[in-house]
Design a protein around this ligand. Structure first.
Ligand SMILES: Cc1cc2nc3c(=O)[nH]c(=O)nc-3n(C[C@H](O)[C@H](O)[C@H](O)COP(=O)(O)OP(=O)(O)OC[C@H]3O[C@@H](n4cnc5c(N)ncnc54)[C@H](O)[C@@H]3O)c2cc1C
Length: 417
């Protein structure tokens, strides 16, 4: 392939989405990734303790994630997700043993909140109405400013939703970002609110098919190649060369560079671009629950304890705890011992002894999704003329998710073509 090339730095979902769009439009693409494999914060690996492939963390998508579905269609992986249809979110309170299922109805009028069989037991209409304040929130409001944190409904609906969507505690999380999530999903009705999970692994669904598709299109992909610095022209400041851990790549006048790296890595390459400050941890605990997951839905909300969401598939019970920085220094053993009893209750046998487990601490899972960080998200453009930015952190108005990452990569690619 000849013609101007685009060098994409970072083979997470943003970089992959940019590479897919550019290569589909006949553009010459080189994809450089520092890690030995693609996927970034959305990856899978073989774990010897469990003797199977696991994900770095459970990832929930929803049917409202239109960019995700376009991406899956493009790489031929639409059959590699599980869609909960009709939308249903079962919950278990691990302290009281109470169980309920949130079932949004079709259409935009959310009458499901008033039906006992579809809503959170014990929630009053006026608690739900408080959620309207979220939709009207200003740019500086936090989730806690809009929804009172001392209600039944808070603990049983808003908190699990908010912490999962924004990976940031409610007293500092942006209300507008949570409102954006609600507008795209629950506020549009059941069809847009269905939970989507990967069938086998993140790599099998979201990463490997994309790499295969890119290779078929002639994209040069290099793993284990970290970009260390970029040379700039004295006049205009455009990037003229990229120094990697292996070579120097010339960047011609018509070439473009997309930096699809996390916000915390960008200053190493472009110190003069402002980025969101701070990040938040997500904790995942994977337990061998062979023989105990067959009756479990793929996804269950857990309240009352530390565990927030339980993902079950094929003998594996995996727990997610978002905004989990308070656990950063705890040992894996201590965390597993603390959280396993909650999982055992959810699985229906509180006497089960602690099985084999793997704890994954993603200390920088997402940037801190606070109101103050929203204006620091630059979009695809930056002050360097031939450089574009992508990544889940870069696009304003969207939480740091797979959907946001894919959209950001496409936006950067669209600027080029
Ligand atoms: C535990 C966990 C749970 C999550 N749960 C969900 C969820 O339920 N739903 C959801 O939608 N999202 C979830 N997310 C968020 C989602 O994973 C991210 O939003 C998305 O993967 C970000 O993709 P990205 O391409 O923007 O960044 P990344 O995936 O971070 O990709 C950036 C890539 O750039 C590479 N890189 C960095 N610097 C350089 C360099 N100098 N040279 C070369 N390469 C470089 C990195 O190695 C990395 O591969 C979760 C994230 C985590 C960690």
């Amino acid at each position: 392939m000849s013609g101007p090339q685009t060098i994409i730095v970072g083979a997470g979902l943003a970089g992959l989405a940019a590479a897919l769009r550019l290569s589909a439009r006949g553009r010459r693409v080189t994809l450089l990734e520092a890690a030995p494999a693609a996927g970034g914060r959305c990856r899978s690996f073989h774990d010897p303790a469990l003797g199977r492939v696991i994900d770095n963390g459970n990832h929930l998508m929803m049917t409202a994630n239109e960019a995700v579905f376009d991406y899956l269609a493009e790489v031929g992986a639409l059959d590699r997700v599980t869609i909960g249809e009709p939308a249903a979110y079962p919950f278990i309170d691990t302290v009281t043993g109470a169980r309920w299922t949130v079932r949004p109805n079709a259409g935009r009028v959310p009458w499901w909140v008033l039906r006992r069989s579809r809503s959170v037991p014990g929630a009053r209409l006026r608690d739900w109405l408080a959620g309207l304040r979220l939709l009207l929130a200003g740019p500086d409001a936090t989730v806690a400013d809009c929804i009172p944190g001392d209600t039944w409904l808070w603990r049983r609906f808003w908190e699990p939703l908010s912490v999962a969507a924004l990976n940031t505690a409610a007293d500092e999380a942006s209300a507008q970002l949570l409102a954006a999530t609600c507008r795209l999903t629950f506020a549009r009705g059941e069809r847009w609110s269905r939970p989507v999970t990967v069938r086998d692994s993140l790599a099998d669904t979201l990463i490997d098919p994309a790499i295969e598709c890119l290779r078929d299109r002639g994209v040069e992909i290099s793993f284990g190649e970290r970009v260390r610095s970029m040379q700039r022209t004295p006049t205009g400041g455009a990037v003229s060369a990229i120094e990697t851990s292996r070579r120097t790549l010339a960047v011609g006048p018509d070439d473009r560079v997309i930096l699809a790296v996390p916000s915390w890595n960008l200053p190493d390459l472009l110190p003069d671009v402002p980025v969101p400050e701070g990040s938040r941890m997500i904790l995942n605990l994977h337990f061998d629950a062979t023989g105990h997951t067959a009756q479990m839905p793929p996804l269950t909300g857990l309240t009352g304890g530390v565990a927030q969401w339980l993902f079950c598939r094929d003998g594996l019970a995996s727990v997610t705890v978002s905004a989990a920085d308070r656990f950063a220094d705890d040992t894996a053993e201590a965390l597993a011992r603390r959280i396993w009893p909650e999982v055992a209750i959810a699985l229906g046998d509180r006497t089960m002894p602690l099985p084999a487990f793997r704890v994954v601490k993603e200390r920088r899972a997402t940037f801190a999704e606070t109101p103050a960080n929203e204006p620091r998200r630059p979009g695809p453009d930056c002050t360097v003329p031939n450089v574009l930015l992508a990544g889940d952190w870069s696009v304003r108005g969207l939480p740091a998710t797979i959907e946001g990452a894919i959209r950001s990569g496409r936006m950067a690619a669209d600027r080029i073509t």
